[in-house]
Design a protein around this ligand. Structure first.
Ligand SMILES: [Zn+2]
Length: 212
């Protein structure tokens, strides 16, 4: 194999899933393709999460004599503290009707979470442009990418899909920020995989606390 493709195979390998044992977990941050009996799976590893999902399935009845893989979501950083979600709601309400962005980051060295507000070149009701990625400390990783929709309801727009397609993170949108009960949308993003999920009950509980 030529040196360029050898390097690619090392950095983004494809792996046969064994039949007599589980496939060994990828032991470093990165991505792999796992070729299993029922299709191709993408394994994505970051210090804070490991995700395995099927991204293609065989559509001809050929026998692939490989093993099986289960989808996995292993959130290694533990649960995100609900008070940081409440803090984002406060920032979003104070900024309303301007759209606000913030990151909830986790430090793999200390285990601590914190929230960082992002600044944008142009920020208004209905748009955010050219936001700057915040400076993170050593060991810090983005876990929840939060943005608000001001007076509009929470949903994922085509722009959100475009912005999120290369990332590994949770994306959270808060909408109807001027009302008593904000609307919410949450999804897991893993290199182009978008998976909507219900809001954790502990997050909903802090968001439902009356605003004074
Ligand atoms: Zn949005």
């Amino acid at each position: 194999m030529n040196p360029g493709d050898s390097l690619l195979q090392m950095s983004f390998p494809s792996v046969m899933v064994p039949t007599r044992e589980s496939v060994a977990v990828l032991d470093r941050p990165g991505e792999r393709l796992l070729i299993a009996a029922d299709g191709v799976y993408l394994e994505v590893v970051r210090p804070w999460i490991r995700v395995v999902r099927r991204i293609a399935k065989c559509d001809v009845p050929t026998a692939i004599p490989y093993g099986r893989v289960e989808p996995v979501t292993q959130q290694r950083c533990g649960p995100v503290p609900p008070q940081l979600i409440a803090e984002f709601r406060s920032i979003a309400r104070n900024g309303h009707p301007i759209e606000i962005m913030a990151w909830i980051v986790w430090n793999a060295l200390t285990g601590a979470f914190r929230i960082v507000q992002l600044t944008a070149r142009s920020q208004g009701a209905g748009h955010i442009e050219g936001y700057q990625r915040p400076d993170l400390a050593d060991g810090e990783h983005l876990v929840v990418d939060c943005h608000s929709h001001g007076a509009y309801e929470a949903f994922f727009s085509p722009t959100d899909d475009k912005d999120d397609r290369f990332d590994v993170k949770f994306a959270l949108v808060l909408g109807d920020c001027g009302t008593e009960r904000v609307s919410t949308a949450l999804r897991l993003c893993a290199k182009g995989i978008f998976e909507r999920s219900a809001l954790p009950l502990s997050w909903r509980a802090v968001l439902d606390v009356e605003v004074v």
